[in-house]
Design a protein around this ligand. Structure first.
Ligand code: SAM
Length: 244
């Protein structure tokens, strides 16, 4: 049926392409891709022959208008270079516009580096906050970290090898020496997960920038040493009830 198909693609291992995603790419009228050369390989792999158009959220408004006018009669897929569209990747503006115009939108879930990293890190997964890429400039980066310092959740960040050591150092400076996992090359031959504290891994990766793609998972702040007022209240209640 016509509409916008949000299609997740592998983050390294072509075997992670879902059957539904491959089938959809073979059926749609055209495919919006971040980088046509990157997606051409995947399309060849699944035998999809639909034409491709380059799309970014900063693509001009006229392209978006043209896509929107197609959605009533055509099936259009959106893919990014790797992983789930809209997650530190283009698509948000298009989905928002398609939603507002009342078009059908279908999601085809699949690989996402942030979620895959959480499953390997061995850090709490019950609450997590995805921060994407931190700002590159030191001041803006420190401000972004300060903003989330007291949040009781694991923090999930995307990073590149050359900046990893600096970023771990900046996290340590503001959050203190929490546990961290550096997860690299997910689903690829050299997949690895290195666990340690922020200071340990900041010095390790400060000396030698690792190759490949990286997700950082930082543990939540440890429980405060002192008791909270609610804990004190309930302890008092309990003690009083034993006296009576
Ligand atoms: N939309 C993608 C997703 O669903 O994961 C993320 C796109 S973002 C532009 C690219 C970043 O994702 C990389 O810099 C890296 O931090 C992370 N990433 C992507 N593939 C990865 C992999 N195989 N292993 C580790 N991190 C990966």
């Amino acid at each position: 049926p016509p509409g916008l198909y949000i299609v997740a693609t592998p983050i390294g291992n072509l075997g992670d392409m879902t059957a539904r995603a491959a089938d959809t790419l073979r059926r749609v009228d055209y495919i919006l891709a971040e980088d046509k050369r990157v997606s051409a390989k995947l399309l060849a792999h699944v035998g999809a022959k639909a034409p491709m158009t380059a799309y970014h959220d900063h693509s001009d408004e006229r392209l978006r208008e043209r896509i929107l006018s197609d959605l009533g009669s055509k099936a259009v897929a959106l893919v990014s270079d790797a992983g789930t569209p809209l997650i530190s990747d283009p698509g948000y503006k298009l989905v928002r516009a398609a939603r507002q115009a009342g078009h059908a939108i279908y999601t085809l879930p699949g690989p996402c580096a942030a979620i895959a990293a959480l499953t390997l890190a061995g850090l709490p997964t019950d609450r997590f906050l995805f921060l994407g890429f931190l700002p590159a400039k030191a001041k803006a980066r420190a401000d972004a970290i300060t903003e989330v310092a007291s949040i009781r959740a694991s923090l999930v960040l995307y990073e590149t090898g050359p900046r990893l050591g600096d970023t771990l150092g900046a996290l340590n400076a503001t959050l203190g020496d929490r546990e961290v996992a550096v997860v690299r090359e997910l689903t690829k031959l050299h997949e690895e997960c290195v666990n340690g504290t922020l200071s340990e891994l900041a010095s390790r990766y400060g000396e030698l920038a690792p190759k490949g793609e990286i997700v950082i998972v930082v543990a939540p702040p440890s429980k405060p040493e002192g008791a909270s007022s609610a804990q004190i209240d309930s302890a008092l209640d309990e003690a009083l009830s034993r006296l009576s």
